[in-house]
Design a protein around this ligand. Structure first.
Ligand SMILES: Cc1ncc(COP(=O)(O)O)c(C=O)c1O
Length: 391
């Protein structure tokens, strides 16, 4: 009998996004007459800018001509996209295209990157965090250690006293919806330098930063020695279905790191398709950037509407100013699954129970501002009306 990877049995299913979707679908099937609105989704709703679609269509047409046809590309990405990203996102930071890898999503990258490190590395995650880091580490036979995120710290992760080898930071943060300041990131970069640790810095929501806060961890002195930064086109270019991301492994991390990782990548991945990479490159065109900013502002305005609405109902609420998520403290004496049930059944609104992000999240729930304006307004009006009647 073949033995399977026993760790797979421990992947959280009881407190998971899959369960939210399952319960919501059961309710919708049983109540087809109800207009269920989702504030639970972490996916975008605005379409891909037209110019990007045109560029991708042209790229596709190049493939039916023998002179412009392309088969396998470089498994770590085309030079044209790597250099465009470095010129736009990391200008004057001194990175070369050997230090950047194009890939098919930060979900995969944030966990595959663990292959770079010893299997016994001590991995630090937060209790209240994007759950994928823990679950995927488990799949890869890695052990994680948990640091609580506390309300009294405004859910900002605090540097520990103990040693860890690998630290996950997600900034702007999912699920809290906050973004860290220079001092916070400096304290982590200093810790990592002191402890010879590595920070895996998930920067998927960077384009949502609207305050004067760091956009990249490499703005912090010493970060090149200790940080791997990951970013994706999923949210900013509505590429969640297309799939394109990138990450930086600075050569300072250790001698030869990029040769080793390039070799690993050739053996593990055949690259993102040419059409997608052509589309991603045009993300940096001035006219596309205008549209991207418009879309981001649209979601941030949704977040503002939601935040004001929840405040009006007397909730404590965090986030939504530099990220598309808001973190709400449950007012009722209920767990986060109980409030999920109540919102689904009584208000026909889907929220995400906080416990999905860790045990400390059970007093909270997450809402997403990535829905349409119409649905956002519809949901908040229902919530305000409900609490006006029931407070
Ligand atoms: C914190 C965080 N990292 C990564 C991802 C996944 O990004 P991608 O679509 O690039 O895989 C998400 C998606 O919701 C996310 O919230």
């Amino acid at each position: 009998m073949v033995k399977i990877n026993e760790n797979l049995k421990y992947i959280e299913s009881e407190n998971s996004f899959a369960k939210v979707i399952r319960l919501a679908n059961i309710y919708k099937q049983e109540h087809p007459d109800k207009d269920v609105v989702s504030l639970g989704i972490g996916d975008v709703t605005l379409p891909i800018p037209k110019k990007i679609v045109d560029i991708m269509q042209n790229a596709l047409e190049e493939l039916d001509d023998k002179d412009t046809f392309k088969g396998y590309g470089d498994s770590s990405g085309y030079e044209f996209l790597k250099s465009t990203i470095l010129d736009n996102e990391y200008k004057n930071m001194g990175f070369t295209t050997k230090e950047i890898y194009i890939s098919n999503g930060t979900k995969t990258d944030s966990t595959n990157i663990l292959e770079l490190f010893d299997i016994n590395s001590k991995i630090l995650i937060s209790d209240i965090m994007y759950p994928i880091y823990h679950n995927a580490a488990l799949c890869l036979n890695r052990k994680t250690y948990v640091m609580p995120l506390k309300e009294e710290d405004n859910f900002v992760p605090q540097v520990p006293e103990e040693h860890y080898d690998i630290i996950y930071l997600c900034n702007p943060n999912n699920p809290i919806g906050n973004a860290y300041d220079y001092d916070t990131l400096t304290s982590w970069v200093n810790y990592a330098n002191r402890e010879n640790a590595i920070i895996i810095y998930d920067n998927v929501y960077e384009d949502f930063i609207s305050y004067n806060l760091p956009h990249s961890i490499y703005e912090i002195n010493g970060a090149k020695n200790v940080a791997i930064e990951l970013k994706s086109f999923s949210k900013s270019l509505s590429f969640s279905g297309i799939r394109c991301s990138y990450y930086i492994i600075p050569k300072e991390i250790y001698e030869d790191v990029n040769n080793i990782w390039a070799l690993r990548t050739i053996n593990r991945f055949n690259g993102v398709n040419y059409i997608t990479q052509k589309g991603a490159k045009a993300f940096y065109d001035a006219d596309v950037q205008i549209e991207v900013k418009k879309n981001i502002n649209y979601y941030l305005e949704n977040a503002h509407i939601l935040k004001e609405g929840f405040k009006k109902c007397g909730f404590s609420i965090w986030g939504g100013e530099n990220a598309p998520y808001l973190w709400v403290k449950i007012k009722e004496n209920m767990t986060s699954w109980e409030i999920f049930d109540k919102y689904l059944h009584e208000l026909n609104i889907i929220i995400t129970p906080g416990i999905i992000f860790g045990a400390s999240g059970d007093k909270y729930f997450r809402i997403s501002a990535l829905n349409t304006r119409e649905n956002t307004i519809k949901a908040i009006e229902r919530i305000i009306k409900y609490y006006e009647k029931n407070n």
